[in-house]
Design a protein around this ligand. Structure first.
Ligand code: AMP
Ligand code: MG
Length: 410
């Protein structure tokens, strides 16, 4: 049996390096920057008001209350050439450019409108003093043109994308999302809702794997269920290899006579068949299929039992696909957790990957409780697990012991 860490390293070392593409910003959400972004524009582009109020010379507000002559008004999107001179002010809205001569804003809450006098002159009473710069957002105090805005490796999260929009970065150079073909195999699998005949079961891994691939920021080609027919599987694999960056299959990698994935991949691809020293999800296959253009497409052969398929994907395929997509964080968030109960197990040479509910408690630690059913076919209990713990070979854990955990949601 291969230790889990060794298998993970083997797969990470074998997958191809990420591909770099330049795309429109609007298509870059959640992509990873492959190159730094240099700000094409300055933000904010001009000195402007942070408040609704009056643009003033700070020196004129010494000794408030003071009454100033209102010589104009400027709204966001407008501008004014009327300078603010001694004894005058300009009514201003948030985001409007500072009028020439003004060096501070008095917020509207510290003012009173005095109206227009008989000579047609409008005045405002300002009730609090301001310093030079109060209420002013200076040009470039977020970013200057030519500055490195974001380094390579940053994920284009929604706020990052907003920042790119604010400085008119129209294109970004990112790592391409891997396109991953997914298929499941087995003559017993029914996915069209029709009544089950003796021996048949509902197919369930495809929707799970599709969702997990999307969550891992991959694009998905769903090949559906392939019957246990070697010629058909071989044709499907060769066809799709030309259109994808990786293939994930579920089922048919263990020792049974109908494990056709094993038969076909053994013939057409360069595969390593592994028995990983974990329970569940012991059988796992990894290799490459060489496509017509010579490119080697990684293939992840996951076991068919739903819980095994899930764990095999999480522990072996997901990190590799994240690496192919250029993500620096390839693994789930790992931490030391504490168990509140005894967890019994017997020595068998394997790490037991137990699904748990978990929560941070008032002591600041992450407390885990294994879900009630740990069988590799018992998806009901595992489906809502928050984390897995890696229980080392031996006799298990006592309540209060610490254990390595991976958060499935982080
Ligand atoms: P296999 O890995 O093909 O030997 O399958 C192991 C077990 O998982 C068998 O009980 C299969 O019926 C079941 N199984 C395989 N593939 C799927 C699937 N896509 N959905 C649900 N169960 C599956
Ligand atoms: Mg099968």
């Amino acid at each position: 049996m291969t230790p889990l860490a060794e298998a993970q390293r083997f797969v990470l070392d074998a997958v191809p390096a990420p591909t770099v593409v330049t795309i429109d910003r609007s298509e870059s959400t959640w992509a990873v920057l492959a190159e730094p972004v240099v700000a094409p524009e300055t933000g904010p582009p001009f000195d402007n008001s942070a408040l609704d109020g009056y643009a003033v010379r700070a020196i004129d507000t010494v000794g408030t209350p003071v009454d100033l002559v209102v010589t104009g008004e400027v709204a966001a999107g407008a501008s004014t050439d009327v300078p603010v001179t001694e004894g005058t002010c300009v009514r201003i809205m948030t985001g409007a450019p500072m009028p020439p001569g003004a060096d501070a804003i008095v917020m509207v809450e510290r003012s009173e409108r005095l109206g227009v006098d008989g000579d047609g002159i409008e005045r405002a009473r300002l009730t609090g003093p301001v310093d030079v710069g109060t209420g002013v957002r200076s040009a470039g105090d977020d970013v200057h043109v030519g500055d490195e805005l974001f380094p390579a490796g940053v994920i284009v999260t929604p706020p990052v994308e907003a920042m790119l929009a604010s400085v008119n970065a129209q294109q970004v150079t990112v790592f391409q999302r891997p396109t991953v073909a997914v298929l499941s195999t087995g003559d017993e699998l029914i996915s069209d809702g029709s009544p089950l005949q003796p021996g048949q079961i509902r197919e369930s891994n495809l929707s799970m794997l599709r969702g997990m691939l999307l969550e891992a920021r991959c694009d998905v080609i769903d090949l559906g269920v392939i019957r246990d027919n070697e010629a058909e599987l071989e044709r499907v694999l060769f066809d799709v290899a030309d259109q994808c960056d990786a293939i994930v299959s579920s089922g048919g990698v263990s020792m049974g006579d109908y494990d056709i994935v094993k038969a076909v991949l053994g013939r057409i691809a360069d595969m390593t068949w592994m028995q990983i020293a974990i329970k569940p999800a012991k059988p796992f296959a990894f290799g490459t299929l060489t496509r017509t253009d010579g490119k080697a497409v990684p293939i992840f052969g996951l076991p068919g039992n739903p819980v095994s398929s899930l764990l095999s994907f999480e522990l072996l395929a997901r990190p590799a696909l994240r690496q192919m997509g250029g993500h620096a964080a390839v693994s789930r968030m790992a931490m030391r957790a504490v168990t509140d109960v005894d967890i019994e197990r017997r020595p068998d040479g394997k790490t037991h990957v137990m699904r748990c509910t978990g929560a941070f408690e008032s002591d600041g630690r992450y407390h885990v409780l294994p879900v009630s059913a740990q069988g590799s076919h018992q998806l009901a209990a595992t489906a809502t697990a928050d984390a897995v713990i890696l229980v080392s070979d031996g006799d298990g854990l006592r309540a209060g012991d610490e254990v390595d955990a991976l958060l499935l949601t982080g």
